[in-house]
Write a protein that binds this ligand. Structure first.
Ligand code: F3S
Length: 107
């Protein structure tokens, strides 16, 4: 099983910004099959995320919002780092995600 690549910023480029939340999207963004990595400070690999929700529940700063992507193989709902600038780097989401889809970068 693949996990988020901690070196993805050296390998991928920013392809667009999220329409609603403004954060960066890296790599291939070809919905519904390829969704890329969402976020810069709080990075979530949407192609790995299974919509578990541990990150949403554990975050003390309410960084995440659910977004829907119908037709994605891993899950149709993903945890978007909508308020990544509020991250306090507690790493709880990174630790609790069962599929290791999240990487926090200290800024
Ligand atoms: Fe997805 Fe992991 Fe959160 S599976 S919803 S990033 S805990």
């Amino acid at each position: 099983m693949s996990t988020i690549d901690p070196d993805f910023k050296e390998k991928l480029t920013v392809v667009k910004n999220h329409e609603e939340y403004g954060y960066k999207i890296w790599g291939a963004f070809e919905p519904p099959k390829k969704l890329g990595i969402h976020g810069d400070r709080v990075a979530v690999d949407f192609d790995i995320c299974i919509g578990d929700g541990a990150c949403v529940d554990v975050c003390p700063e309410d960084v995440f919002e659910w977004v829907e992507y119908e037709g994605h193989d891993a899950s149709t709902k993903k945890a978007a780092p909508a308020r990544e600038d509020d991250c306090i780097e507690c790493l709880a989401c990174e630790d609790d995600c069962p599929v290791v889809a999240i990487k926090i970068y200290q800024m």
